[in-house]
Ligand binder design. Structure first.
Ligand code: SF4
Length: 494
């Protein structure tokens, strides 16, 4: 295995398997499994490799990638050689994104709506601008395998449109309107040919079903608006189309190509597509030949954990608390999935794992094992409403152990989180775990936290408090509970 260059090892690099990133607990190796899909045996194997080469911790990022923490540089080449030889990761040349697209994990089509363990309403992931508790939603229908070749694209779409849509639509519930995985693969193929795309560039491909990805920021967004038709969303709020899904990769590639050219000219100022001047964006839009269109209809935030019962099978969505697990837990979960007959596991952007194609009798035992392992199986679990960064000791910049503090907050603030509120715990101002605003943002500073209501880590805090004071004041009837409940728009200062 070739030794890594100092350039490849520099801190701040968007990490991958070949290019790890230095952190406070060793080197972080980010894995991009082909199609964001694993078998249970592969999950167990990755957990074993993380135990052998890392510090025993594995994470799922907000882009549905796995991360092995605490890897020793001395054995990194051996780890990468194994990952590549066993096809546990795919790596592309160049500085562009290893994975350009993000899709929701496809689950079988809905029969009578999803049902969570504990059922009922899900608080979902709140935001400073979101409403209160969101209704439970069924899973998206999309049993089609991920296509690895662009030529399979049309066939995959046809399968999606004739079976899944009819099934879902016949029950009054809108399911997947396109095969998002197939469209994502087509965009990936085009994107790999574009020189100079920033490593963090992201195109969201949303099948228009119940597992909406509206809450995720991105550079471009392709959202299904009817069977086989998508609208293309730009970061300034404009939408183009509608365009036949088979034709969508072309204008998306044109927009990305123009963006990459501007990024190469001015890499410091043009990092994301939203950084482009409006006049330039106008020119790029005109070049696609697509007309403006109305935005797709808003959908409720999706359930992110629990059981999904459908006409075509059963599925389980299991979350890792704050996106992190130890390897023993993942090995046990992989063993349980093997025993349950799971064929494939899909990585979820809600920092979890989706197990589809389960026999009805296999779902509850799998969820019970996951619950015993401390994983998230209930859509109402308060941990789903808290974003926390790696914190101490994992991050060199951290001023708090954000995940430990987040666990304490999940317990103390459960009544508040049940109202649909969201909390972001950031161990420094950089805000790695969550880009936007949250109902309550805590930024570690000098042994306490800056407290921001309805804002981001860069907004002016109301006060700086230590964690015990925050926990006490988040209980019902206390001032911070009231303030966050009101989303920070009124009320006394903390
Ligand atoms: S937000 Fe700060 S402390 Fe947390 S992981 Fe990012 S850089 Fe580290």
């Amino acid at each position: 295995m070739r030794a890594l260059s100092p350039h490849a090892l520099r801190r701040g690099w968007c990490p991958s398997a070949l290019r790890p990133m230095e952190t406070g607990d060793g080197w972080l190796v980010r894995l991009h499994p082909p199609g964001a899909v694993l078998t249970p045996a592969q999950l167990i194997r990755i957990a074993g490799l993380a135990a052998q080469h890392g510090n025993g911790l594995i994470e799922i990022s907000a882009r549905a990638n796995l991360q092995i923490r605490g890897v020793a540089l001395a054995t990194h080449p051996e780890l990468v050689a194994t990952l590549l030889a066993e096809r546990l990761v795919e790596e592309h040349d160049g500085d562009g994104p290893q994975r350009l697209t993000l899709v929701a994990p496809p689950l079988p089509p809905p029969a009578c709506g999803g049902e969570g363990r504990g059922g009922g309403e899900s608080p979902g992931r709140g935001s400073a601008t979101a409403g209160r508790a969101r209704p439970a939603r069924p899973p998206i229908p999309n049993p089609s395998p991920l296509k690895s070749d662009v030529s399979d694209f049309s066939n995959a779409l046809a399968m999606s449109e004739t079976s899944d849509m009819a099934e879902a639509g016949g029950r009054g519930q809108r399911g997947a309107l396109i095969d998002a995985a197939a469209l994502a693969d087509a965009i990936e193929a085009r994107g790999r040919a574009i020189r100079g795309l920033p490593a963090k560039c992201l195109v969201i491909v949303d099948d228009g079903g119940p597992l909406s990805l509206d809450g995720f920021p991105c550079d471009l967004r392709a959202v299904a608006v009817a069977g086989g038709t998508v609208a293309i969303g730009l970061p300034d709020g404009r939408w183009l189309g509608p365009v036949d899904v088979a034709d969508a990769p072309e204008p998306i590639a044109e927009l990305l190509t123009a963006f990459a050219a501007r990024h190469r000219e001015n890499p410091d100022a043009i990092r994301r597509l939203r950084d482009l001047p409006p006049t330039l964006l106008d020119e790029m839009i005109a070049a696609t030949g697509l007309p403006p269109t109305i935005p797709p209809a808003a959908r409720p935030e999706p359930r992110r954990a629990g059981r999904f019962t459908t006409a075509h099978g059963q599925a389980a969505l299991i979350g890792l608390p704050f996106g992190r697990s130890d390897v023993v837990t993942l090995e046990r979960l992989g063993d349980a999935a093997l025993r349950a007959g799971v064929a494939e596991i899909r990585l979820s952007p809600w920092r979890g794992l989706a197990f589809a194609g389960l026999e009805p009798t296999a779902v509850e035992p799998l969820l019970a094992i996951a619950a015993d392992l401390g994983l998230i199986v209930d859509p109402d679990d308060p941990r789903l409403s808290i974003e926390a960064c790696a914190g101490k000791p994992a991050c060199l910049r951290a001023q708090s152990d954000a995940m430990v503090d987040a666990a304490a907050l999940a317990e103390a603030a459960a009544p508040l989180l049940a109202t649909g509120a969201s909390i972001h715990v950031s161990a420094c101002v950089k805000s790695c775990a969550h880009n936007g605003a949250s109902d309550l943002t805590l930024v570690a500073r000098e042994g306490g936290y800056d407290v921001v209501v309805a804002g981001t880590t860069r907004d002016r805090p109301l006060a700086t408090l230590d964690l015990p004071a925050i926990l006490a004041r988040l209980r019902p009837g206390q001032d911070l509970f009231s303030r966050v409940s009101e989303r920070g728009t009124t009320g006394p200062r903390v």
